[in-house]
Design a protein around this ligand. Structure first.
Ligand SMILES: Cc1cc2nc3c(=O)[nH]c(=O)nc-3n(C[C@H](O)[C@H](O)[C@H](O)COP(=O)(O)O)c2cc1C
Length: 231
């Protein structure tokens, strides 16, 4: 029987959803970390359970297949995997570096991709960015979508990129422009609705195939069949 959203006593009538949220900058006064904090505040206001992390928690030595073979996956990537799989979804507020993502973020994605089952597979993701520029770091998010979607993450179509972010926050950490703040809240809320639906109302696809149209061959296949109830 499906649970009853209205009568089960969750805030805002929401069924439980757990979200890992972090800013992908190591900088002390990071604008992206401020945006991640705002996302965590809004997600909790909208009935989500938040696991708030920082990029420093997941900073790894550069990926090296020899190191992996000799020493295994480093502890920060193991922690990243653990917190990712404990969550139903993730929110990353990522700086744009040279129209792409920071190396420290791509590096931990590469390390985490070595685990089986594939930790990103089937997880819902929301991408945010903040930059002093007029485009808010949005180009970097298009680059970030590529490895995440490749690994089976369900990346939310809308991405929120806060332009002129060095001037955008008020003293309480909210976006001073009321319309922008409202758009931000709506984006986070709609994302949580989707996470809730994906978790509690069985989605159709729960299989990760690296290249869907490639000729099946046990020697080269990278395929994972995940039982519907396991994600
Ligand atoms: C190596 C480097 C490359 C950058 N490239 C871009 C860029 O392509 N687009 C952009 O909008 N900002 C770029 N910036 C500026 C960052 O958006 C800005 O420093 C921002 O505050 C970084 O995010 P943070 O505040 O979360 O650390 C770059 C900064 C650095 C250090």
């Amino acid at each position: 029987m499906q649970p009853n959203k209205q009568s089960d006593g969750y805030p805002d009538g929401r069924l439980p959803v757990r979200v890992l949220i972090f800013g992908a900058s190591l900088r002390r006064d990071s604008l992206n970390d401020r945006l991640a904090t705002l996302a965590a505040t809004v997600a909790e206001e909208k009935g989500g359970v938040v696991d708030r992390a920082s990029m420093a928690d997941f900073e790894c030595p550069s990926y090296d297949q020899d190191v992996e073979a000799e020493e295994g996956v480093p502890a920060p990537a193991q922690r990243f995997r653990e917190r990712l799989v404990t969550a139903d979804a993730f929110v990353i507020a990522s700086p744009e570096y040279n129209a792409s993502m920071p190396g420290v973020l791509k590096n931990v994605i590469d390390w985490a991709s070595r685990f089986r089952p594939q930790p990103f597979n089937g997880r819902q993701g929301l991408l945010l960015s903040a930059s002093p520029s007029m485009a808010g770091g949005n180009r970097g998010l298009w680059a970030l979508r590529v490895p995440l979607e490749h690994l089976g993450a369900r990346v939310y179509p809308d991405m929120f990129s806060l332009a002129q972010a060095h001037q955008a926050f008020d003293g309480d950490g909210r976006i001073s422009n009321a319309t922008l703040q409202q758009r931000f809240e709506a984006t986070v809320e709609c994302f949580l609705d989707l996470v809730e639906a994906a978790k509690h109302y069985r989605p159709l696809k729960k299989q990760w195939v690296e290249y869907l149209g490639e000729h099946p061959d046990a020697a080269t296949d990278r395929v994972e069949h995940t039982p519907v109830d396991a994600v």
